[in-house]
Ligand binder design. Sequence first.
Ligand code: AHN
Ligand code: ZN
Length: 338
Amino acid sequence: MKKLILLFLMILLALVVAFAMGWLSPADRSAEEAEAAAERLHPVGPSFDADSAYAFVGAQCAFGPRAMNTSAHDRCGDWIARKFSEYGCEVSSQHARLRGYDGTMLNSRNIIARYRPAATTRILLCAHWDTRPWADNDPDSTHWRKPIDGANDGASGVAVMLEIARQLHLSGGLTIGVDFVCLDAEDWGTPQWANSQDSEDTWALGAQYFAAHLPAGYEARYGILLDMVGGQGARFYREGFSMQFAPEIVKKVWRAARAAGFGSYFPKADGGMITDDHVPLNRIANIPTIDLIAFYPDCTQSSFGPTWHTLDDNLEHIDRHTLKAVGQTVIQTLFTEK
Ligand code: AHN
Ligand code: ZN
């Protein structure tokens, strides 16, 4: 009897050890190994130049706030279009008059820059280029009706796209096509000081227009939205609508971040659900699109960070390292695509 109990205990111990070492499920084990291999450091593609991207943020801010219906906005739009053509893209524009939350008609321009327009496999990159007309989240209420520089909220996403376009032009090594779409009228959503109730469709007006008026025959495998990708201390959590509409793209990009060496910027944890330009792309255009958007779980001023919709959203608060982490991750994603 004693021998039997001892034998039983030994078998039990062997089983526990086998489970602990992961010997019992070869299928699980090889899936884990494949995942680990996909995340091992193996950078591909050209090196994203963060100083160049930073200069692109500065160049946009130098026009002044790019709020809708201002000349700084229009002049910056011309500059953005010219830069993308310099980098070999075929550039077109979608002009529209869009209705703001209070009935104001906004002169909107989506700028579409196509890299390798003949390629059939295409990835959509997008960011808004307009800036918020009101610092309505500023701690000082005397600033609430003043326009912001939008170094992070506006300029950073376009700057990262311009630097990627410049690197594609220099390296010439990418065989798939990329569409850089600079969306307008994102940030005219109902201000916090308005009497009217905020409705989510007052945001992302240019993206709503683009999604409903895609260029004839337009197709993209998937999309990546870049929003507030230059802030100090920024981290990119898995955004809710992205997980709902395009979870496999989230996985792919988070993997690419690890392979490129920037995994620490992309926690494997969930952020909030953000009404942003990717929502109409998913819902109206049916292009699975994720949002790379900074999320600050511990910031009391805003979960978008301490400078969000404040006068502090300026060049001084841009961190080149954040631009680099996002830019290199997107390059890694593009050059990993088959
Ligand atoms: C809302 O606050 C509803 N959405 C944030 C989208 C946004 C504003 N991105 C930049 N500015
Ligand atoms: Zn904003």
